[in-house]
Design a protein around this ligand. Structure first.
Ligand code: CTP
Length: 403
């Protein structure tokens, strides 16, 4: 999943031959899951049509303060467009447009929008090689960068003039990769390693039967995704579930039993900064696993059970720098029991689910949780979707690291 997913991208096109490449650029942004709006300078319309770009972006394309052909013309509000955007990219950025950006000229919609923009601005220059090397152009690059704008350098190759050298606008794929890398590097949890456990565990009785529970794994998967979206490298140790999660920052280790989950978590724990234990681990397992399928015989049948290893407690004992988050599902004396669990498992935060709350618990889309920290400060939350609870948990992690 691209970091551009859900981002609002404003693309400003100025008048150079490289404008023809912006059709591919819009396509790539849309494919990455972004919303795209396009502003064109009047000159750029000689190189690519607004119709092409509005079709690809699925949004009207603006190029003047008023739509000249429309009798009931409305004002294209440059401030609104600028505030709408999470990212503003000017590609191609011609020598002329860049010099106007530097001097604060606002004689077209693109420039007025640029002056109003509060979001991150990227610019991808495109021009002939001698123009690219001219002192005034180099000066403008420096000035624009000093304003906080990020330059996506031109590439070398054959130019429209027939000459060959530096000045070709970066290829659309490279522009997208550049922006993705820049955004990823700035994410708040970049570089943090987070271990999340999710789902139930299955404890074998014989080759065909097991003891399990109704955990869907959704809470843990939502936490893993929310942390990855904030830039964390996530190891998701998951018990059996049908859920899928495809994200380049999430590594899923699939396990079946509590013992396997214990081993997987302990193997990677030293490297981790944070652990969120959202799995509903079986507390007991059959003492002996029958090698053959157990045949029915008597009217009654009993299985001797023994305790599984407590994964979170084992991590709590080994804790050095890690921020440990556990869950507690309680039906009585909720707060007191949760506090005991914080001490018993050496946790920094516990997410308490009370089954007494409507909408909380297994198989539900919502959760009503109370956060309790290691100083026993309790923070009851409203009834929320599991995605929202996941975002709240990730926020607690961000607060821990002051990011
Ligand atoms: N947990 C774990 N390993 C286990 C059991 C639980 O890592 N073998 C974790 C869960 O993922 C959860 C927390 O410990 O984050 C609390 O689990 P819970 O079952 O509520 O508490 P228990 O310690 O098992 O106590 P009890 O069942 O008696 O309430």
């Amino acid at each position: 999943m691209s970091v551009l997913r859900g981002k609002k991208i404003l693309l400003g096109i100025s008048g150079g031959i490289a404008a023809y490449k912006t059709a591919s650029l819009v396509r790539l942004f849309i494919k990455a899951g972004a919303q795209v709006k396009v502003i064109m300078t009047p000159a750029s319309k000689d190189f690519i049509t607004p119709l092409t770009l509005s079709t690809l972006s699925k949004n009207p394309v603006h190029s003047s303060f008023f739509d000249e052909e429309d009798k009931n013309a409305v004002w294209n509000n440059h401030v609104e467009l600028a505030l709408w955007a999470d990212i503003f990219i000017i590609a191609p950025a011609t020598a002329n447009t860049m010099s106007k950006m530097v001097s604060g000229n606002a004689d077209n919609l693109l420039l007025a929008t640029y002056l109003s923009a509060k979001c991150q601005v990227y610019f991808a220059p495109a021009m002939d090689l001698d123009m690219y090397k001219h002192t005034s152009t180099l000066d403008n690059f420096k000035k624009l960068q000093s304003f906080g704008n990020i330059m996506i350098p031109a590439e070398s190759g054959e130019l429209a003039s027939g000459l060959s050298g530096e000045g070709r606008m970066a290829e659309p794929e490279n522009i997208v990769a550049f922006i993705e890398q820049d955004l990823l590097a700035k994410l708040p949890l970049k570089g943090k390693k987070i271990l999340v456990t999710a789902g139930p565990t299955y404890e074998a009785i014989d080759p065909v039967r097991f003891i399990g529970n109704h955990s869907s794994g959704k809470m843990g998967y939502d936490i893993a995704l929310a942390a990855a979206v904030q830039g964390a490298e996530v190891t998701l140790v998951s018990g059996p579930t049908h859920l899928k999660l495809e994200h380049e920052l999430v590594n899923i280790i699939r396990v079946t039993s509590a013992e396997e989950m214990y081993n997987a978590c302990n193997a990677c724990f030293d490297d981790m900064d944070v652990v969120v234990a959202a799995a509903a681990v079986a507390d007991y397992k059959p003492k002996v696993v029958a090698e053959q399928k157990i045949k029915k015989s008597d009217t009654e049948f009993a299985i001797a059970l023994e305790k599984t290893k407590d994964i979170l407690s084992s991590l709590g004992e080994r804790k050095t720098k890690q921020f440990l988050v556990g869950f507690a599902l309680e039906t009585e004396n909720e707060i007191e029991n949760a506090k005991l669990k914080i001490r018993k498992k050496n946790l920094d935060l516990i997410v308490l689910n009370s089954l007494n709350d409507e909408g909380a618990g297994f198989g539900k889309a919502t959760n009503k949780v109370t956060f309790i920290d290691s100083s026993f400060v309790a923070e009851p939350m409203d009834l929320k979707t599991k995605e929202e609870v996941a975002a709240d948990i990730v926020n607690k992690i961000k607060i821990r690291y002051n990011v």
